[in-house]
Ligand binder design. Structure first.
Ligand code: ITT
Length: 199
């Protein structure tokens, strides 16, 4: 069966293909760019889970095929969980990873190492054309560096150092990141659900 990956973020697509195929998902994974007529989803939810469900539901309805979606972001303790669901457009223009990261570093310039705790969060949603829906979540705990390091991954990876590591997420190999990441945890938890519901 075909399964639509309801995301336009290239960094996510690469990670999702690796995570889902490593977890033994037998389905053919098709990016939502294969369905250009589906309108952009308005992310009107107030939680990662609501927004992930909105994206998956929209694609499943429009295509008549099962769809999975990711909504994710960086939650900074000292900012009360911001940028959170606004992570992709923190500096104003959607998906400008460099500007988002630089604004966040400027906002945290005076915060010392003991108070730079943060985590990545991911909600992974599955929606079927018949209206069946499931959502699960994953987290990666760590703290924020003062300066970016590494070239891997995307988004805020160059500044998030996971607990129990000395490197940033952008310095991990893709396999190392997927093994511990919020996205890896959420989608590995979704795989048995997909297998159960889709066969
Ligand atoms: P889609 O809605 O099309 O999936 P998007 O980029 O708009 O793509 P989100 O609304 O979920 O997705 O925003 C996710 C943002 O959170 C992303 O732009 C990054 O800035 C950040 N983010 C999420 N996962 C991340 C990761 O693994 N590493 C670094 N930053 C991440």
């Amino acid at each position: 069966t075909r399964l639509i990956l309801a995301t336009r973020n290239a960094g996510k697509i690469a990670e999702l293909r690796a995570i889902l195929s490593d977890a033994g998902l037998p389905h053919e994974l098709v990016g939502s760019d294969a369905y250009p007529d589906v309108p952009d989803v308005k992310e009107t939810g107030v939680t990662f889970a609501e927004n992930a469900l909105l994206k998956a539901r929209t694609l499943a309805r429009a295509t008549g095929l099962p769809a999975v979606a990711d909504d994710s972001g960086l939650c900074v303790d000292v900012l009360g969980g911001a940028p959170g669901i606004f992570s992709a457009r923190w500096a104003g223009s959607h998906g400008d990873d460099r500007a988002n990261l630089e604004l966040l570093l400027a906002q945290l310039a005076d915060i010392d190492d003991a108070h730079r705790g943060a985590h990545f969060a991911c909600a992974a949603a599955l929606a079927l054309p018949d209206g069946t829906e499931r959502v699960v979540e994953g987290r990666l705990l760590g703290h924020l560096r003062h300066t970016p390091a590494g070239t891997g991954g995307f988004g805020y990876d160059p500044i998030l150092q996971p607990q129990n590591d000395t490197r940033t997420c952008a310095e991990l190999t893709p396999a190392e990141k997927n093994a511990i990441s919020h996205r890896g945890q959420a989608f590995r938890a979704l795989v048995p659900v997909i297998k159960e519901l889709l066969g």
